[in-house]
Structure formats: structure tokens, C-alpha cells
Design a protein around this ligand. Structure first.
Ligand SMILES: Nc1ncnc2c1ncn2[C@@H]1O[C@H](COP(=O)(O)OP(=O)(O)OP(=O)(O)O)[C@@H](O)[C@H]1O
Length: 283
């Protein structure tokens, strides 16, 4: 559990608009907090009392063996699953029990790998959809028209950030895999959420694509809070300020990469061979 009483990181204004105000009042020390979070499927408790406090602006990687509960944690945070007990706080507000779209509008955005992408829409159109949807104008045509100009400008800016401006009118289906993943990140950040969840963002990429992509993720999430679920230790150590090691539904360690690497319990439970592999690959 993090014990840092305060931090100076900037909290972005979210579509919900509450982050900056809370920071100003000193109420929200953390962008995301999990408090004694538990999830049971039938008789089996899969998440077994997780406590985690993520500072605003921090990049956190969640690692752990297969079946440890990493995806379940993401599903609890993003509202896909409701916890059996415990709390999830976003910018100091309790969000468990809320639906995924409500949580999204409160400033948390999750990538679903490439499934957020509309394959038959262009890069620009995909990004504009992301901007408009997150603002809640999906079904309000007059508002849609009024805000189209702003949405176009925001989509253009996002396109440059993710380096797809030369592919503006290319249909998403015709992009390379790495470009589709970049577009996915663009859509994920389109609404200005200040907490971003990425599920194995570099999965399926080769080494040089992965290295470029880590840099891209760092750039586009500056000032935001980032949580990733990750198996690739090169990505973990290249991206994360802190690492949460989840083993059998519990957080075994939550610390800096160096401290996690040196943690004997983590070595024993999980990390030994993975770190050795990553070091052998030159990470
Ligand atoms: N909807 C569900 N119903 C029942 N059991 C589930 C459900 N979702 C996950 N589980 C179980 O919870 C456990 C943790 O699964 P989870 O997918 O969260 O692990 P993970 O750490 O993300 O694994 P991996 O690294 O393999 O993706 C597994 O035993 C899984 O079978």
C-alpha cells in the first residue's frame, strides 16, 4: 500500500471536470485507489483483498502469472465487473457499481486492444468518433453539429500525436497492425480521460515496433495516470514507474522496478525467470 501523503503531479481536467477541483482542495491524493477489493466467481475468490493506491501521473504495470487475476482487476476498475466487496476510487470518488460508460465519462478510459476500432472508417473518422462519444454527443444531433468543429480539431491533434497524420483518410482495416494499435491508443485518449488502462499494449509487435511504441505511449500519456497489464518484461521495465505484482489474487509487491526486481518474494513467486529472459534479450 502506498503511504505517500501528498504529491505534486498535475491532475488533468476530465470530461467529468472534477479532477482539478479536487486536487485544488487537496482531497484526491490518488488518481486511482483500490481498497480491500474482492471478487468472487461462484465459490472461488479470485481477487482477495487488493489494496493499491496510484498517484496521479504515475505509470503502473500490473504483472503476475497466468490466472493471477490481472484482467479481473482491470474489469473491476473499468466497471465491467462489480466487486463482491471493497472500493474503487477514481480521483477520490467511489466508482464501483457505476457502468463502464459512466466511469469513462468520469475520466477513466480503457483500451480493448483493436476492438474499439471501426475497420471501415478512416483514421480521422475513428478518432473523431472517439472524441464525440466520450463527450456524450452520440445521440444528440444538434449538439453533435455544434461541437463538430472542436471535435475535428481534436481529432487532427490526436492524429499527429499518434503519428498517423499521413494516413488520415486510410480505412482502419488497411493499416498495419502496429498502426492499428496506435489508433487504438488514440481512441483511448481521445476523450481526455486522466486515467488510462492499457491491456498488453505491445502484444503482437516485434522488438523495434515495441520500442517505438513504448516511446509513443510515454509521450501521449504525459500528465496522465497509466495502468497496463503486461507480460513482456522489456515493456514493464521500460514503461513503469512502479510495478504491482499480483499473485493468486493478491498484491505481492507494489514498488519501483529496481525494488521489485530485487524482491526475494517476487523472485520466488514469479519474476526470476522472466527477468532473466528480459536481461538475456538486452532489456
Ligand atoms: N467471468 C468469470 N467467471 C468465472 N471465472 C473467471 C471469470 N473471469 C476470470 N475468471 C477466473 O479468474 C481467474 C483469474 O483470471 P484473469 O483472467 O483475471 O487472470 P490473468 O492474471 O489476467 O491471467 P492471464 O495472464 O492468463 O490473462 C482465472 O482462474 C479465471 O478462470
Amino acid at each position: 500500500m502506498d503511504t505517500a501523503p501528498n504529491h505534486t503531479n498535475h491532475v488533468n481536467v476530465t470530461p467529468g471536470g472534477s479532477g482539478a477541483a479536487q486536487a485544488a482542495h487537496g482531497q484526491a491524493n490518488y488518481a486511482l485507489e483500490l481498497k480491500d477489493l474482492r471478487k468472487r466467481f461462484g465459490k472461488t475468490e479470485i481477487i482477495r483483498g487488493v489494496n493499491l493506491a496510484v498517484r496521479a501521473g504515475e505509470r503502473v504495470a500490473i504483472i503476475g502469472p497466468n490466472g493471477a487475476g490481472k484482467s479481473t482487476l482491470f474489469n473491476l476498475i473499468s466497471g465491467r465487473f462489480e466487486p463482491t466487496s471493497g472500493e474503487v476510487l477514481l480521483n477520490g470518488h467511489r466508482i464501483n457499481g457505476k457502468r463502464p460508460f459512466e466511469i469513462n465519462r468520469l475520466g477513466l478510459s480503457r483500451s480493448f486492444q483493436i476492438t474499439n476500432i471501426f475497420p471501415k472508417l478512416s483514421v480521422f473518422e475513428n478518432l473523431r468518433c472517439g472524441v464525440l462519444w466520450s463527450l456524450g454527443y452520440k445521440y444528440t444531433f444538434l449538439k453533435f453539429l455544434a461541437n463538430l468543429h472542436d471535435a475535428n480539431a481534436r481529432a487532427d491533434a490526436l492524429m499527429k500525436m499518434i503519428r498517423l497524420d499521413t494516413k488520415r483518410d486510410v480505412l482502419a482495416v488497411n493499416l498495419t497492425y502496429a498502426e492499428q494499435r496506435a489508433l487504438e491508443i488514440g481512441i483511448t485518449i481521445a476523450g481526455g480521460a486522466n486515467v488510462i488502462l492499457l491491456d498488453e499494449p505491445t502484444a503482437g509487435m516485434n522488438k523495434s515496433e515495441t520500442e517505438r511504441f513504448i516511446e509513443l505511449i510515454k509521450e501521449v500519456t504525459v500528465g496522465k495516470t497509466l495502468l497496463t497489464v503486461e507480460h513482456d518484461m522489456g515493456v514493464v521495465f521500460g514503461l513503469a514507474d512502479r510495478i504491482a505484482v499480483v499473485v493468486y489474487g493478491e498484491v505481492l509487491a507494489f514498488d519501483t522496478p529496481d525494488a521489485v526486481r530485487a524482491n526475494a518474494r517476487v523472485q520466488e513467486a514469479y519474476l526470476g525467470s522472466s527477468v532473466a529472459d528480459a536481461q538475456a534479450e538486452g532489456h
